[in-house]
Design a binder for this molecule. Structure first.
Ligand SMILES: NC(=O)c1ccc[n+]([C@@H]2O[C@H](COP(=O)([O-])OP(=O)(O)OC[C@H]3O[C@@H](n4cnc5c(N)ncnc54)[C@H](OP(=O)(O)O)[C@@H]3O)[C@@H](O)[C@H]2O)c1
Length: 237
């Protein structure tokens, strides 16, 4: 496995779940890692758990000034991974949609990614990369999820647009199926089974399995504007 020695990796959303696993894998590969998220106690505890080579910084991606300050504090770096996501709001069916309230759901996952990419560019190496996060509802919509589908597509569209706009910095995304982060595990076994039983790989993915894709995209020096799916084969059914 190619090492990431001498690389500095920033993971926004690194307090938990997939982001935390990416931070751990990057450290394992020799990188220096800075994890960021909005709740100071959570990010401090994540950095402590990650151990030597890791640092935690608070950042709220809903706030442009906070994102700017985060990258100023971090200094020059090589790779940005963005896994920040809030789970509070549910869109629901278009029939019952509160349109104004629904806009808030784009603040972290979409506009947060936009803010991160914008401010990262001041510190990000030309040989470096940005990896965003999408979800399989983009490609396998369900009843009640039209805006989830749309919001994940906007992330994938942003990935392609940024790959042209920021070249030679590479910009890619990982599209996740059901990955067993803490928040997903809390949904309970029956729900998880309901989502995964018919997959070619009939189970939820481990966060470490998702992290592999982000590590690949950091190292893949001839890949840009692409979306790698980690979905247990959900694309096939
Ligand atoms: N797990 C899945 O099955 C799955 C499937 C499809 C897509 N996804 C997407 O993949 C991403 C990661 O998922 P996950 O399961 O690892 O979720 P997670 O454990 O909840 O991780 C999300 C992280 O984002 C941080 N965050 C939330 N609001 C933030 C803000 N305003 N500013 C900065 N950081 C913020 C959280 O930390 P703080 O609370 O400290 O801010 C948390 O560490 C999410 O965007 C999710 O939508 C996940």
């Amino acid at each position: 496995m190619a090492r990431l020695d001498d690389a500095k990796v920033m993971v926004i959303g690194g307090a938990s779940g997939v982001g935390f696993a990416v931070a751990a894998a990057a450290l394992e590969a020799g990188a220096e890692v800075i994890v960021g998220s909005s709740q100071a106690p959570r990010i401090e505890s994540a950095a402590e758990k990650l151990g030597r080579g890791a640092r935690g910084l608070t950042v709220d991606v809903r706030d442009d000034a906070s994102v700017a300050a985060f990258f100023d504090a971090a200094g020059p770096f090589d790779h940005l991974v963005f896994t920040a996501g809030d789970w509070g709001q549910r869109f629901g069916s278009i029939r019952d949609l509160d349109v104004e309230a629904s806009k808030a759901r784009m603040e972290v996952r979409f506009w947060g990614a936009v803010r991160a990419a914008k401010h990262a560019t001041r510190q990000l190496a030309k040989h470096g990369s940005i990896t965003l996060t999408s979800g399989m509802l983009a490609h396998r919509p369900r009843p009640g999820t039209p805006l989830h589908t749309a919001s994940n597509h906007t992330t994938e569209g942003l990935t392609m647009g940024l790959a042209r706009d920021l070249a030679p910095i590479r910009v890619n995304a990982v599209c996740l199926g059901l990955i067993l982060s803490e928040v997903v595990q809390a949904m309970g076994e029956a729900t998880i089974k309901g989502f995964t039983a018919n997959l070619p790989l009939p189970r939820g993915g481990k966060v470490e399995e998702a992290a592999e894709a982000y590590l690949y995209l950091m190292r893949a020096t001839y890949v840009t504007g692409q979306v790698v799916r980690v979905d247990g084969g959900a694309s096939l059914v």
